[in-house]
Design a protein around this ligand. Sequence first.
Ligand code: F6P
Ligand code: FE2
Length: 206
Amino acid sequence: MYQPPTAHVIDPSTGHLSAATGRYEKRLSDLAGLYADTGAFETLTAENPDRIVYVVHEVRPQQETGDLIFGTTWMEPGRVGQEFFMTRGHIHATGNRPETYYGESGEGVMLLESPEGETRALEIRPRVMVYVPPMWIHRSVNTGPEPLVMSFCYPSDSGQDYGIIERSGGMAKRIVAGPEGWEAIGNAAYRPRTRAEIDAVLATAA
Ligand SMILES: O=P(O)(O)OC[C@H]1O[C@](O)(CO)[C@@H](O)[C@@H]1O
Ligand SMILES: [Fe+2]
């Protein structure tokens, strides 16, 4: 009747998670429309559409509400034009579900955005725990020269809503190479959410 307790070994350099129940990859060809420099994206994709940008290993429990999903995200270093490799990004479909990310190896930025469009960019590296509070859109960015590996944990009834980023033309900020390593610049294609859109996001809280 009870699920058995389990222990899992994380390899900080590869993101391998022992006894994971699932694994998926995102390749360049899965990430069309994310990057500002469409020419650079097409060139990279033509070279190798199957190039892996990130890999997720996860453990999903059998039961839903009240349980947790946890795992690792391994992200390749790289850029599309000036913009660093990043995850697709999402808000949780049940918007008030939070998440934690812990740096295992490499360095990067957790880019966060509220429904109203307020932005935060938090650096993550080994031994840094980043807390993504309820209602924040989140995307991981590898700003370093090595793979970025993080472990994550979030409630199992969270879900992911990717449309929130698509509908606004991306996130308000883009993380690009700058003189100091990385910098956040405005996304020219960004369309702020209307009051009705914000209210619809807030209404997903449960
Ligand atoms: O779902 P995305 O935006 O492609 O990013 C993947 C990351 O987000 C998660 O879905 C967790 O929120 C993890 O699987 C992984 O860390
Ligand atoms: Fe998430």
